[in-house]
Design a protein around this ligand. Structure first.
Ligand code: HXC
Length: 510
């Protein structure tokens, strides 16, 4: 008996060695942790339960039968993050470069199936040389099986991808279909075709980092949602994100203990809006002043900064925030910000996360490039996302809410539940200057008259009361009491049930 036990321990110990000491050192030398070290940091101490530790590949070509490392280049299983269950797979670059074989893929599929069945998030740690070259089409099939599961799991359980090494070719499409992608600066990259192929085909010379590093994907392409300094930070922030999310689409997000008075008055908000309507202010200040303990988890902080998206808690409950940022492009909506916010709104709606919308939007960004690149269709994404959302929704207009953008930004007309406005709100078809230029074109030669007309228009429309008179704004509130008002509003909506007409699925303007 004792022998059998020690044999098991010996086999386990070999499996835990992955590709061996030399390759582990090489991994560390690149500033990267091993698959097992990553899982250890991601999960609560001692909570990891591994599956398929002894699985080996079945390939016999290219002399592969001589080497069958236990686990086949991916560590899979489940554990807990602050006591809540998650499934995890971590590709082990020390075993054949973490390349994906038939069995490697099957291990990932197994935990994805269990995650969907048992209702817990999937966290995938990607660090792989791609399809196992020796296995050919069997490897492609394995990817296909994973992709199919990514699609079916979407909207059922949260899926989070951490890119912690290479992720190239078709392999990128698994993370691409997950809800959030986190990358590590300088040690991870994602691209469909690498620098060598790019050089051959288009003659462009580019480094892997420039083509698909963390900076590129968080600032330019928006493929990734956040970039972190190293593996440790990325894993710690993943734990933080998980704390905001429900385990699946049938559960409510977790309620955390909170130590911040929901009725907290914030006098500084009474002077947040500058006297000059063209002067910006930082919308993030408002978000952090509303949030429990000022805690804000921002998503896509470096992309389309004219809109802010992320998670806060109010009375311990997760709330998704979408807010125009007057500091960037005056808070205008454009193609990138519409896409960014639409995806975020749809995530929140899929996972029953209430949405707080903070509005200061002068309209859609004008420009030939915007029109030619399809701002009509992309802007419609955000309109569509807000229009189909059935989660509790509270909207606060702090300043500008003009034209179509007023409607898009979770207006009453798109079924928001509470629409508040600060006394500084200006809700109209357009700004006073633009309106006067159209309505009184013949008088434009007379600056005095034009100034009078502008002042009249401002007096009549640059306020929240016209909308309030019509019931489009439920109440004009004091800025300093905003936290109390929105906490009470969301509390009143905890029993909300709203459904859309039956359909197979929608046809969002993609
Ligand atoms: C089998 C692989 C491998 C692969 C790496 N290895 N990639 N084995 N299949 N795809 C092995 C290496 O032989 C080596 O084994 C070990 O992993 C580490 O690789 P190195 O090259 O020494 O590491 P490094 O210098 O860090 O370079 C990493 C790399 C490079 C850039 C990822 O290995 C590379 O270019 N690999 C090939 C990438 C590729 O073309 N993959 C197919 C892409 S197409 P030893 O024994 O020496 O440790 C694809 C399609 C997916 O993925 C389609 C989905 C539908």
């Amino acid at each position: 008996m004792h022998d059998i036990l020690s044999q098991l321990e010996a086999r386990r110990s070999t499996a835990r060695q992955g590709g061996g000491a030399r390759r582990i050192s090489a991994q560390h030398a690149k500033g990267k942790l091993t698959a097992r070290e990553r899982i250890e940091l991601l999960l609560d101490e001692g909570s990891f339960e591994e599956f398929d530790m002894f699985v080996t590949h079945r390939c016999t070509d290219f002399g592969m039968d001589a080497e069958r490392p236990a686990g086949d280049g991916v560590v899979t299983g489940w554990g807990t993050v602050n006591g809540r269950m998650v499934y995890v797979f971590a590709q082990d670059f020390t075993v054949m470069g973490g390349s994906v074989s038939e069995t490697h893929g099957a291990k990932i599929c197994k935990i994805m199936d269990m995650a969907v069945q048992n209702g817990a998030p999937v966290i995938g740690i990607n660090d792989s040389g791609g399809a196992r070259i020796q296995e050919g089409v069997a490897s492609l099939a394995a990817y296909g099986e994973v992709f199919q599961r990514n699609v079916l799991a979407s909207g059922v359980v949260p899926q989070i991808s951490l890119i912690m090494g290479p992720c190239a070719g078709g392999a990128v499409y698994s993370p691409a279909m997950t809800d959030f992608i986190f990358m590590v600066k300088d040690s991870s990259y994602m691209f469909v075709t690498g620098p060598d192929v790019v050089k051959t085909v288009t003659n462009e010379v580019v480094t892997a980092e420039d083509l698909g590093g963390a900076s590129t994907h968080t600032k330019k392409s928006s493929v990734a949602d956040a970039a972190f300094e190293n593996d440790v930070e990325a894993l710690a922030e993943t734990r933080r994100l998980i704390d905001f999310l429900p385990l699946n689409n049938r559960e409510k997000p977790p309620v955390r203990p909170f130590f911040d008075d929901p009725a907290r008055i914030e006098p500084s908000l009474d002077t947040l809006i500058p006297a000059n309507p063209n002067q910006p202010y930082d919308m993030k200040e408002l978000i952090t002043k509303l949030a429990d303990e000022g805690d804000f988890f921002e998503i896509q902080a470096a992309f389309a900064c004219n809109i802010i998206t992320g998670f806060i808690r109010l009375e311990g409950q997760t709330v998704g925030v979408v807010a125009n940022q007057p500091m960037v492009l005056a808070g205008c909506l454009d193609i990138d910000s519409s896409r960014k916010a639409a995806r975020f709104v749809r995530f929140c709606d899929a996972f029953e996360i209430p949405i707080l919308t903070l509005v200061d939007v002068p309209g859609f960004l004008p420009g030939v490039a915007q029109e030619h690149d399809g701002v009509i269709k992309h802007g419609a994404k955000l309109l569509y996302a807000f229009g189909e959302a059935t989660v509790p929704r509270v909207t606060v207009i702090t300043r500008k809410a003009y034209g179509g953008a007023y409607v898009v930004m979770a207006s009453k007309h798109l079924r928001a539940d509470f629409n508040y406005a600060w006394p500084t709100a200006e809700i109209a078809v357009m700004g006073a200057k633009g309106a006067v230029e159209i309505l009184y074109r013949s008088e434009l030669g007379d600056p005095e008259k034009t100034a009078q007309r502008t002042a009249d228009y401002e007096q009549r429309f640059a306020n929240p009361f016209v909308a309030a008179e019509k019931g489009f704004v439920d109440e004009v509130i004091m800025p300093h009491s905003t936290r109390r008002r929105i906490c009470r509003a969301f509390a009143s909506l905890r029993g909300k049930k709203q459904t859309n007409p039956w359909k197979k699925h929608d046809n969002i303007p993609l």
